[in-house]
Design a protein. Structure first.
Length: 438
């Protein structure tokens, strides 16, 4: 089909709720490594990676070779039959989880399914039903995970019973109007009041992203998770770390994002980056939690031999190429470049994240912190013109999200910073024409 035929078919045959970036949707043709090409043949430097999914580069040759070999051997059997790729991946995951404490896995097809499985396991294990989630969170597109999500824009149905939302650790916009560290991490302490006033007092657990993804890569202070985990466990609950976006080395130096906060969760959920583009979800739990999920269950495509082969190949590639270290080093280099841009561009109010999971929150005024929602949309268009692919997020739609492949180089970062700087300059020349204030 031609580009125009593709766009017309999209409009006619795809649910309109499936939204696209840009005034005119970008029609993607093909991709390789850190580059993506559109239907007009334009090459883009991809610093979003399909929403934190392309971990080791588009169409990674080493990963794809193993996938293709598996496709020629065995493509599908479903979970009612045992297969080597599934158990090989599960064994590998057990060896890299925090403290080696989470050793049993259940494979599904997405992060939404992984989170549904985790909530069910928490309820079965504790005998309680109530779940604490966080404001600004995103946990998926199923009915249950929309209920967990803390942003109205992503809730397409009514509120879910048994779920309450606590304030999140959003230091740039502290919900209590305080400043860290003199705040004594009040957002974490408040979890106890939420449990005592908004639940029955005995909960099944807390689900939280180590760094909130769709929320705009909101990153908590170092004490946060230790405080909230202790509180939750004191009230009978367990801690579910939603690592759909933060796992597999994405935050640098560690396999899982939660490891930066020296907390061992009871369940980890993930998806996205472990498949490098192939659909996979996984719920990893402590044995006693996994064992509480009694009865029969099945996932037709969960644990598929092709996608589990891909996932293990991705993990092996990360190890072989020492990408935990590369993500830390190149991520620090990228953060330094972003800080330099912040000095030059008044739109940038905050820079946050870890490793190669970084964000810029854009504001109209640094003093008032008024969200620059319209300017962010304009910057997205400008970035496209400069052949950059970046993401957008935040409750107010004013956050630029960056999550390039973890095997990018400093040279890629240098090129990205040049293009982003040009995009910011073009955007600000219109927004702040004639203004001299910062």
């Amino acid at each position: 089909m031609t580009k125009q035929e593709i766009l017309l078919a999209q409009k006619e045959f795809i649910f309109p709720a499936v939204f696209n970036y840009f005034k005119e949707p970008l029609v993607v043709s093909h991709a390789k490594d850190q580059y993506v090409w559109d239907a007009d043949g334009n090459q883009y430097l991809d610093f979003f990676g399909g929403i934190v999914t392309v971990s080791v580069g588009h169409c990674n040759s080493g990963v794809n070779a193993k996938v293709q070999a598996q496709m020629d051997k065995l493509e599908h059997v479903s979970t009612v039959f045992v297969n080597e790729p599934q158990v090989a991946l599960a064994k590998k995951l057990a060896s890299i989880t925090p403290a080696g404490a989470l050793t049993k896995s259940m494979f599904t097809n997405s992060g939404s399914e992984a989170n549904e499985t985790a909530i069910l396991a928490a309820r079965c294990f504790t005998g309680s039903t109530e779940i604490i989630a966080l404001r600004h969170s995103y946990h998926g597109r199923t009915s249950g995970t929309m209920g967990l999500t803390g942003q109205s824009a992503w809730k397409l149905g009514p509120p879910q019973a048994g779920i309450v939302h606590a304030v999140n650790a959003y230091c740039y916009r502290c919900p209590f109007g305080l400043e860290y560290p003199s705040c004594e991490v009040k957002c974490a302490q408040d979890i106890e009041q939420v449990i005592r006033t908004s639940t029955s007092g005995r909960i099944a657990g807390l689900i939280a992203e180590p760094i909130q993804g769709v929320g705009g890569f909101i990153t908590p202070p170092k004490e946060y998770f230790k405080i909230v985990t202790d509180i939750v466990r004191n009230y009978g609950g367990i801690f579910i770390a939603d690592e759909v976006q933060t796992a597999w080395g994405r935050t640098g130096s560690k396999w899982f994002g939660i490891e930066h906060w020296d907390v061992v969760p009871d369940i980890i959920t993930s998806a996205k980056g472990v498949g490098n583009g192939l659909p996979i979800g996984v719920t990893i739990a402590r044995p006693e939690v996994a064992d509480a999920l009694k009865g029969l269950t099945i996932s037709t495509f969960g644990g598929n031999p092709v996608v589990t082969t891909a996932a293990k190949a991705v993990i092996d590639y990360v190890e072989e190429q020492n990408l935990l270290r590369n993500t830390e080093d190149v991520g620090a280099y990228l953060r330094g470049g972003l800080l330099d841009l912040q000095e030059k561009h008044r739109l940038i109010g905050d820079i946050r994240g870890k490793g190669l999971l970084l964000a810029l929150e854009l504001v109209e005024d640094r003093r008032t912190k008024a969200p620059a929602t319209a300017a962010t949309a304009q910057l997205m268009e400008s970035a496209r013109e400069n052949r950059l692919m970046v993401g957008r997020g935040g409750l107010n739609g004013n956050v630029i999200r960056l999550s390039p492949p973890m095997n990018i180089s400093r040279a890629d970062v240098d090129e990205f910073l040049l293009r982003l700087g040009a995009s910011l300059t073009a955007c600000e020349s219109t927004l702040f024409a004639g203004s001299t204030t910062r």
